[in-house]
Design a protein around this ligand. Structure first.
Ligand code: TRP
Length: 432
């Protein structure tokens, strides 16, 4: 039995969810949460909200709305971990530990921070004008979200891929210094997920002010859909599906059969007003039952609060002991525990692969490469002198397997790639 793959994703609690969020995030996430062999973590990234928004009422309202959305669209808090980031104090604690192993230069390269600096440069102001340290630290907080729960896969949009790579870097740095504590996460980009156009045909986004709210009252949604841009072709004139925002939005909700019908209706010259009615009906069919659940939850925030409290309690049964382990690893320890435990420097060394040189009864000198846990990876042939063996080790470290294959035998079940990885880890550990 292989252990389940862990997926984790957060949504920042600013703003009101729109159809683009539904199609691009909520809907696929709920579908994914039902896959067997997976464990799924969903959270409200309200600490991240503070980076973008200094209006308490808005953060509060948005947290309520996004929590209600998750449940309304069908997330089952019994089978996934569903929680609010700020209910897990261990996340901020971990943020500090990661901060201390993160190069400032790494964060300088983050797209969001760089864009803000570039904007200042263009305006001729101080490069860091109006940039908070919160924005700068955004990737570290996000890494803490991910690494805390040893998530393997992070479903995100392309704009977030760099953040996942940074989380990986931080995990690696920490592991090199303090031993293997973190799982290295990967971004999971679902190519099949549609990018939904907004009212004006550009990507649906709050920053373009072109959104259709997910759970606006029915009549408001009808009005918004009536506002989707179309070309000026008259009823009866054939219409292009290419570049039609209306068609693309329809496609994101309809079966392929329904989509085919609309395609034919376009060719037959359906009136735009009629096409908009079709779109409204199709969306409403999917959304209406969810809207009802959503509205009921918004009217009963105590119920939501209860669900979130239960989720936080569950999440903290993972976060609290893991944080205790990490505190121990970095040396934040109970003083009365004495020095019976392994010293930190030793712990770090134990967690790396190593070379061991020795002399056999045949009088020749050998070395072997063992992994962090002491398992044999490779074994050398015999050398005349310890100096020769030492030179072979140095060559391996410098050039990798390429030059040494005749004098080196891989242990059973060990591949060249395993040895290469071990050598790489060693090289990285001595770089710093
Ligand atoms: N930065 C993400 C966004 O704006 C939200 C987020 C915060 C997140 N922490 C995360 C996403 C951890 C995935 C994993 O979309």
């Amino acid at each position: 039995m292989s252990s389940p793959v862990r997926f984790l994703t957060g949504i920042t609690t600013t703003g009101t969810p729109h159809l683009g969020n539904y199609v691009g995030a909520f809907r696929p996430a709920v579908e994914a949460s039902r896959r067997p062999g997976t464990e799924n973590f969903y959270f409200l990234a309200d600490y991240h909200a503070l980076i973008k928004c200094d209006e308490p009422a808005r953060v509060h309202r948005s947290t309520l709305e996004i929590a209600a959305c998750w449940l309304a669209v069908g997330l089952d808090p019994e089978r996934v971990l569903f929680y609010r980031q700020s209910d897990i104090p261990e996340v901020t604690e971990l943020t500090w530990l990661l901060t201390c192993v993160t190069g400032k230069g790494l964060l300088n390269r983050a797209h969001a921070y760089k864009a803000a600096v570039d904007k200042n440069a263009a305006a001729g102001t101080d490069p860091d004008a109006d940039i908070t340290a919160g924005l700068f630290m955004y990737p570290v907080l996000m890494a803490a979200d991910i690494l805390m729960f040893k998530a393997h896969k992070i479903p995100v949009g392309r704009d977030q891929v760099q953040h996942i790579e940074m989380a990986r870097d931080m995990a690696q740095s920490f592991n090199h210094l303090y031993g293997e504590h973190f799982v290295l996460p990967e971004a999971a980009i679902d190519e099949s997920v549609a990018m939904l156009p907004g009212l004006d045909g550009r990507k649906m986004s709050k920053s373009y002010d072109n959104i259709i709210a997910l759970f606006a009252p029915r009549e408001q949604m009808r009005k918004q859909i009536a506002g989707i841009v179309t070309d000026s072709s008259a009823p009866g004139e054939p219409k292009q599906v290419e570049g039609s925002a209306l068609f693309q939005i329809y496609q994101a909700f309809a079966s392929s059969e329904e989509t085919g019908q609309l395609r034919r209706a376009y060719a037959d010259g359906i009136a735009w007003s009629e096409a908009k009615q079709l779109l409204f009906d199709r969306i409403d069919r999917e959304i209406a039952p969810m809207r009802e659940r959503h509205d009921a939850l918004i009217r009963n925030p105590a119920e939501l609060e209860k669900v979130l409290a239960a989720g936080a309690a569950k999440a903290r049964t993972i976060a609290a002991p893991f944080m205790a382990e990490l505190r121990q690893a970095v040396g934040l320890r109970n003083l009365s525990a004495g020095s019976g435990k392994a010293a930190p420097a030793k712990a770090a060394r134990v967690a790396l692969p190593s070379f061991k040189q020795y002399r056999e009864a045949d009088g020749r000198h050998y070395f072997k490469l063992v992994d962090a846990g002491g398992r044999l990876l490779a074994q050398s042939a015999g050398f005349e002198s310890p100096q020769e063996a030492g030179r072979a080790v140095a060559a391996l470290k410098r050039d990798g397997l390429a030059g040494s294959h005749e004098s080196l035998q891989l242990a059973p079940g060990i591949s060249q790639a395993d040895v290469a990885t071990a050598l790489q880890r060693l090289a990285q550990s001595t770089d710093r």
